[in-house]
Design a protein. Structure first.
Length: 41
């Protein structure tokens, strides 16, 4: 049984969200390790 196109799209979106979450976590860790002052906007 072949998965439908919707299944591929769904997993693709989930994969992108996982990648973005990992990148955000790495960015937060790098930013906190530098001890930069918070940006005042």
């Amino acid at each position: 049984m072949q998965p439908s196109d919707e299944t591929y799209i769904l997993y693709g979106v989930l994969f992108v969200f996982l990648l973005l979450g990992m990148l955000l976590n790495v960015g937060k860790r790098l930013g906190s390790s530098k001890k930069l002052p918070p940006a005042q906007g």
